[in-house]
Design a protein around this ligand. Structure first.
Ligand code: AMP
Ligand code: ZN
Length: 113
């Protein structure tokens, strides 16, 4: 999608510190970390909300959930982590391209749950 920040990162039009990429997803560091380690796992297909997701996009999202636990060393998650998906304004979603927050380590004032 043309005006989407994360689509631009996926296309390489905006820089990001990418730590993993394949045909289905990209994982990069959050620019404003809310925990000691804070990455975003972003499916490459653009959709705003879980409610908008097609079956194919759902398969892509499942691949994200299956990949994240295999990247514990690269993402610094050896001692545990939490996954967060904000859905809509009241959840504080600010980028409307669905993404999974991967948070690990000391909290820095952001308590999504
Ligand atoms: P959300 O509020 O759930 O939509 O999460 C959006 C996340 O994207 C926030 O944690 C932001 O800090 C992060 N973010 C915004 N712009 C960038 C960027 N250019 N590179 C990396 N992360 C970003
Ligand atoms: Zn997008």
């Amino acid at each position: 999608m043309e005006d989407c920040l994360f689509c631009k990162i996926i296309k390489g039009e905006i820089p990001a510190t990418k730590v993993y990429e394949d045909d289905d997803m990209v994982i990069f560091k959050d620019i404003d970390p809310k925990a000691k380690n804070h990455h975003l796992c972003v499916p490459k297909s653009h959709f705003k909300l879980l409610a908008d997701m097609t079956e194919t996009q759902g398969e892509m999202l499942l691949k994200c959930f299956k990949k994240i636990p295999t990247l514990v060393k690269e993402l610094g998650l050896e001692n545990g982590y939490r996954l967060v998906i904000n859905q809509g304004d009241d959840a504080g979603q600010s980028v409307f391209h669905l993404h999974i927050h991967i948070l690990s380590g000391q909290k820095m004032g952001w308590t999504p749950a």
